[in-house]
Every structure is written in C-alpha cells, then in structure tokens.
Design a protein around this ligand. Structure first.
Ligand SMILES: [Ca+2]
Ligand SMILES: [Ca+2]
Ligand SMILES: [Ca+2]
Length: 259
C-alpha cells in the first residue's frame, strides 16, 4: 500500500535543497526551481513554439537549470523513489535534460547513423541519498540519451502545435535501444509510449529508496550540463500479479454480493 500511496502523490522532484551555478553555466538557465515538477511537453512559447521532441528539446529559460564547472544541484522528492523490482528495465529514476538528435535531413527528423546529439551536457557525478547525509554514486549519463518526447501521436518532429496523446514521463525508454538512423516515426514507435530521459537504477547503491539526488559538475574547465526535470518511475506489476489482483477483485465483488 505504501507504493500506491507514493504514486498517488506526484512523481516529480519537489524541492531544491542546494544549487551553485559554477563556471560556464548557461546564463539564461539560472533558476534551479525549473528542475522541479513535470518535464516539458511544449517549449519556446511566444518565440518559436514547438512540441518537445528528440529533435526539438526544451530550451526556454523557465524550463532548465544549467550547472557549470564546480557547481552542483541537489533536489529532493517528497515521496521516496524506490528500487522497485517491478520498475521497467530495473530503472527507478529518470532525469531529463535538453540534448537532442542532430537532424541531417531537416525538417524530416532522422537520427544520424552515428546517433550524434546536440546540447549534450558535461558528464556530471550523480549521487543519491535517502536522507541528504549518506550518499552513493549512480551510473548515469544525464543530459544525453534519451532526448525528451512530449507526445505519442505527432508525425512532425517540429510540430508548432501540441499533440493530443501525451507520453509517459514515468516510463523509461528501453536502455538497450539503438536509435541510430531512425526516422521520427520509428523513434516514436521505439520509445513505446515513454517520454524519454536518462534512466537510473538504484540497485548497487545500498539504498532501497532515496529522496535526494545530487548532481556535481566535476569538470576542471568551464563546461555545463542542464537538468530539465526528474521523475520517479512507475512500477509495472508482472502479468501474473495483475491476474492475481484481478482475481482478488473478483473474489471481493463476489463476497460483497454474497453479503
Ligand atoms: Ca513529487
Ligand atoms: Ca523543467
Ligand atoms: Ca532498480
């Protein structure tokens, strides 16, 4: 029931604990509060409006925070992020950035054969903690794969209007996926309903649940990474479990009828 309660609240980061811009941070991305709440589905409002796709990542000044060399960002979740065995691909936490695929076939939207990104950030040290005191590092190349996708029903990677079917920002992309050379339609299909982002597995940290995430820019020369949002992955019970739950539901309703 604890897991149900956790997901009844919102799955996004809730508080900024600490932030230092560091050297080389993008000046227009200076507000750490932009890392809280849901990832962006639509960007560039009032300037160049467009749906967020892996070819058109979020870029608004009110959407991203940049962390330069020597800087850091610590955010907290009100509900713990759990290393739940029912989380897809073992991934428990998703971090969204502003990297996008370079499109050699603009405006068709085709991932280059080498899968090259633009806006990819400096690789930070990412650590997690249950209490903000004890920390453990995780393996995560954030602000790179997988670029965000706001909608599932767009055919134009540079759509100037929103789609009508939203993606799931709490569902990780299959980390084994190789998107090289894919068209936008193939990419949307491959995301399988996910809204993208970098998936992180808490296994191996020694923590079964965490509430704090710390990003530290350990670069020695001015270089930055950007954080757009964080999400707690939604657990997906195995088919057998769903069957069992359905059975319990049937039993409960039958019992009610008998009473
Ligand atoms: Ca939250
Ligand atoms: Ca944001
Ligand atoms: Ca896990």
């Amino acid at each position: 029931m604890a897991a149900c309660a956790a997901h009844a609240a919102d799955p996004w980061a809730d508080r900024v604990v600490s932030h230092a811009s560091g050297a080389g941070a993008v000046p227009s991305y200076s507000d750490p509060l932009t890392a809280l709440g849901m990832p962006e589905r639509f960007t560039g409002e009032g300037v160049f409006p467009g749906a967020v796709t892996p070819f058109n990542p979020a870029w608004g000044g009110d959407e991203l925070v940049s962390v330069g060399a020597g800087g850091h960002l610590i955010v907290a979740f009100d509900e713990p992020v759990v290393d739940d065995p029912a989380n897809p691909y073992g991934l428990d936490l998703i971090v969204f950035g502003n990297a996008g695929f370079i499109d050699d076939f603009y405006p068709d939207g085709t991932v280059r054969p080498d899968g090259m990104l633009f806006g990819e950030g400096q690789l930070p040290l990412v650590e997690v903690s249950p209490d903000g005191v004890a920390w453990a590092p995780v393996t995560a190349r954030i602000d790179a794969l997988f670029p965000s996708l706001g909608y599932r029903d767009l055919t134009d990677p540079y759509s100037t209007s929103p789609g009508s079917v939203v993606s799931d920002f709490t569902k990780p992309v299959n980390p084994a996926l190789n998107l090289a050379g894919m068209t936008f339609a193939q990419l949307v299909a491959a995301y399988d309903g996910s809204g993208g982002g970098t998936g992180i597995d808490l296994a191996g940290t020694g923590f079964w649940a965490i509430s704090y995430v710390r990003f530290t820019n350990v670069s020695t020369s001015p270089a930055a990474f950007e954080v757009e949002a964080l999400a707690d992955v939604s657990a997906v019970p195995a088919p057998g479990t769903v069957g069992l739950l359905a059975l319990v539901g049937v039993c409960a309703s039958r019992r009610r009828r008998e009473l």
